[in-house]
Design a protein around this ligand. Structure first.
Ligand code: S3P
Length: 432
């Protein structure tokens, strides 16, 4: 792809777009199937770098993963206590989900393991997962006084002990790490979040026969003897990938596209709610279930958008969509205020800073605040050279802004391979 890609202005988006499999659910399907005893066929798996990091870590832990035709994998584990000591350092690449969820599983194993990751992951906070796991009895050492990768996990003195943990932030990765460790622990483990984050781990644990109790934003799990795997898991399309098309079609005149088979788990649909509040024309049809995950086809047409203010419980429900929501806001009438989004500062890059800096280069009227963004209507967007910060969602949000305005050149564009390898090719179909 090269070090810079040029995105051309797009004409109206029309037709059908199939978005790739959900990243969060793909990770979890490999991890839980890898802890089961019987083979699991995973359909519509996301073959993108982040999920392949999970595959290679699970393989290093003794799990068999075979690629079938298309987007299918067969995962064969050796049971809940069947992982083996890896003979090298595990590399989570760019993937926070791989690292933090596997940390929960590995904290409970009777063997040594160690983790590293790319430059971005090595700068992201790990104390948020290490602390509750240490409270359960895990023995984890990490760089910078237990805060950063690389880290090592020594066998705990005995079995881990369940805890009642109140999380300081809404984070599905932290919640999942504690719940996954809780499967191996004595007693019960309870995790409570300030606001509900995505609940794919909970749904998939139930699919694998682990009983959970939910009460508001608290989830309680008892230690598990063995998982019972379904024969197959079908991963829905990723609403976080669909979000780029939801925004592109909403702001590019003449657009009408249908996104088929998109996951609409209510912990992920904040983007639909907020675009709806802004006046977007979005229709859901063919609502159905894919295992315990709800899915639908989504049709979106060009519409005149209004600015909006968002904060609080909605933020975890669209945490990964804020960069592209900022694009929608530049094309809306009236100011948009996003607050309570300080978690964006510790994603693949500081996304508040990246969005404000790069969209300003395009002529966007956008300012970062301590915990969010102020975005004013930006009618005079121009083309510019912008930087992705090696962050897939920044690169794709820039591409949507460029396609809707005067084009854009994106430096370090290849990072879209983290979650959406075919993104630029799909966008090119609509060149004006
Ligand atoms: C994810 C959780 C979120 C999200 C990330 C995927 C997951 O991170 O940003 O892209 O699959 O659990 P946090 O849990 O840190 O908010």
């Amino acid at each position: 792809m090269g070090a810079v890609i040029r995105i051309e202005p797009a004409a109206g988006l029309t037709g059908n777009i199939v978005v790739p499999g959900d990243k969060s659910i793909s990770h979890r399907s490999i991890m839980l199937a890898g802890l089961a005893k019987t083979p699991v066929l995973v359909k519509n798996f996301l073959f993108a770098q982040d999920c392949l990091s999970t595959v290679s870590c699970m393989q290093a832990l003794g799990v068999k993963v075979e690629q079938k035709a298309g987007h299918e994998l067969v995962v064969t584990g050796n049971g809940l206590r069947g992982l083996v000591e890896p003979d090298n350092i595990l590399d989570a690449g760019n993937s926070g989900t791989t690292l933090r969820l596997l940390l929960g599983i590995l904290a409970a194993q009777p063997f040594f393991s160690a983790f590293t990751g790319d430059a971005s992951l090595r700068s992201r906070p790990m104390g948020r997962v290490i602390k509750p796991l240490a409270d359960m009895g895990a023995v984890i050492a990490a760089r910078r006084k237990g805060r950063l990768l690389p880290l090592s996990i020594a066998p705990a003195a005995g079995r881990l002990t369940g805890i009642d943990y109140h999380m300081p932030m809404a984070s599905a990765q932290v919640k999942s790490a504690v719940l996954l460790a809780g499967m191996f622990a004595d007693g019960t483990t309870t995790v409570t979040e300030p606001y509900a984050s995505r609940d794919h781990t909970e749904r998939m644990l139930e699919t694998f026969g682990a009983g959970l109790e939910k009460n508001g934003t608290a989830v309680r799990l008892r230690g598990v003897a063995e998982l019972s795997a379904p024969a197959a898991i079908e991963v829905p399309g990723d609403i976080s990938s669909a979000a780029f098309w939801l925004v592109a079609a909403s702001i590019i005149p003449g657009s009408k596209v249908t996104l088929s088979n998109v996951g609409i788990n209510p912990t992920r649909t904040g983007i639909l709610d907020v675009l709806g509040q802004m006046g977007a024309d979005i229709q859901l049809t063919n609502e159905r279930w894919s295992g315990r995950e709800p899915v639908a086809d989504i049709t979106v047409k060009h519409a005149r958008l209004q600015g909006v203010s968002i904060d609080g419980a909605i933020i975890p429900r669209l945490v990964d969509e804020i960069p592209v929501l900022a694009v929608a806001a530049m094309f809306a009438a009236g100011r948009t205020i996003i607050s309570g989004a300080e978690e964006l500062r510790v994603k693949e890059t500081d996304r508040l800073k990246a969005v404000a800096t790069e969209f300003t280069k395009l002529g966007g009227l956008i300012t970062e605040t301590k915990d969010g963004l102020l975005i004013d209507p930006s009618p005079n967007l121009r083309s510019a050279v912008c930087y992705s910060y090696h962050d897939h969602r920044i690169a794709m949000a820039l591409a949507v802004a460029g396609a809707a305005a005067q084009g854009v050149e994106i430096e370090q564009p290849d990072c879209v391979a983290i979650s959406y390898p075919g993104f630029y090719a799909q966008l090119n179909r609509f060149n004006g």
